[in-house]
Every structure is written in C-alpha cells, then in structure tokens.
Design a protein around this ligand. Structure first.
Ligand code: GDP
Ligand code: MG
Length: 163
C-alpha cells in the first residue's frame, strides 16, 4: 500500500503552508492564529515517481488543559501512529523552543523515520539557522521556505529515501 507521510510540529510553524505546497493545491487552511487545523487532512501526492499519502495535522501543544487543544493533539498522535515517515516542521526564525523539544521527544519515542524541516528560512543569509536544530537529535535538518518553495525538493528527496 501507499506510504503515509505525516506533517507534525507545534502550532504556527507553517505545516499547512508546506502541506499545500507539496499537494500543489490550497487544501489546508493557513492562518496566522495557531490551532486552526483540528482534524487530519489528507492528500495524495507524488515525488520522483513515488506516490504517497500526505497528512496535515493541528499543532502539537503541551501542558494545555482545554478540550480543543487535547483534540488537536490527539489527531496529531493518530497521524504519527498511521505514518511511515514523519515530516517534523520547526520555525527557523524562532529557533528551538521548549515545545519543539517536547515534540522531538515524542517523535524519538515513536521509532519512526523523521525528516526535520527548518521552515521560514526565506533568505539564503538565514540558512545557517539550521545548525541550532541539530540538538533535537535527528539527522541533517533541511532548510526550507514553504512560502517560496526553496528547499522543498531536497526535503522530498529525503522523505522518499525513507520508504
Ligand atoms: P501551521 O499552524 O503550522 O499549520 O502554520 P500555517 O501554515 O498556518 O502558517 C502559519 C503562519 O506562518 C502563516 O502566517 C504563514 O503564512 C506563515 N508561514 C508559513 N510558512 C512560511 C515561510 O516559509 N516563511 C514565512 N516567512 N512565513 C511562513
Ligand atoms: Mg495548520
């Protein structure tokens, strides 16, 4: 069956923007406010002749008690379970946050292959921000801009190498 790639990360890092760029359509809702994607959104995509299912999820948040956040988090956890490969998205302009570290721990525990995308690096002069993210403990973080599309080819090459 077709491999499943789940996009996960904390709210507002650009998961839905990346999902739409890979899907080639505006399916997911992109919002400045975090937490808009409450359920799992699916698309069929392909890269270099390899077809896969892509899932967008709401952002993983921790230490929040309200029901909506719990629901979003549950959806992300289901997506992680379903996934063959996890596309972990972080915000390269903000640097590593405590929530990124929490999400990273969850992903290490999942024992699934993880490809780390350092998003919002819109200008080449910001690309050295990727080095900070090595401390999350995954293989080579990949600098991307979901807004402009730079780096997404390298990212998808890394994803399909995991199948
Ligand atoms: P999500 O909550 O992780 O799904 O994030 P969204 O895709 O909804 O994006 C949150 C905000 O970040 C929106 O204002 C996007 O336009 C912005 N954004 C997403 N990707 C990029 C990027 O590569 N560069 C910049 N500068 N902004 C981005
Ligand atoms: Mg979203």
């Amino acid at each position: 069956s077709m491999p499943v790639v789940a996009i996960v990360g904390r709210p507002n890092v650009g998961k839905s923007t990346l999902f739409n760029r890979i899907a080639g359509q505006r399916i997911a809702i992109v919002e400045d406010k975090p937490g808009i994607t409450r359920d799992r959104i699916y698309s069929r995509s392909d890269w270099s002749g390899r077809a896969f299912h892509l899932i967008d999820t709401g952002g993983l948040e921790f230490n929040k008690k309200d029901e909506v956040v719990e629901h979003i988090r549950h959806q992300a956890e289901l997506a992680i379970e379903e996934a063959d490969v996890i596309l972990f998205v972080v915000d390269g302009k903000e640097g590593v946050t405590a929530t990124d570290e929490e999400v990273g721990r969850l992903l290490h525990r999942s024992n699934k292959p993880v490809v780390l995308a350092v998003n919002k690096l819109d200008h080449i002069k910001h690309e050295d921000h990727v080095y900070d993210f090595y401390r999350l403990g995954f293989e080579e973080p990949i600098a991307i801009s979901s807004l402009h599309g730079s780096g997404t080819g390298d990212l998808l090459d890394a994803v399909i190498r995991c199948f």
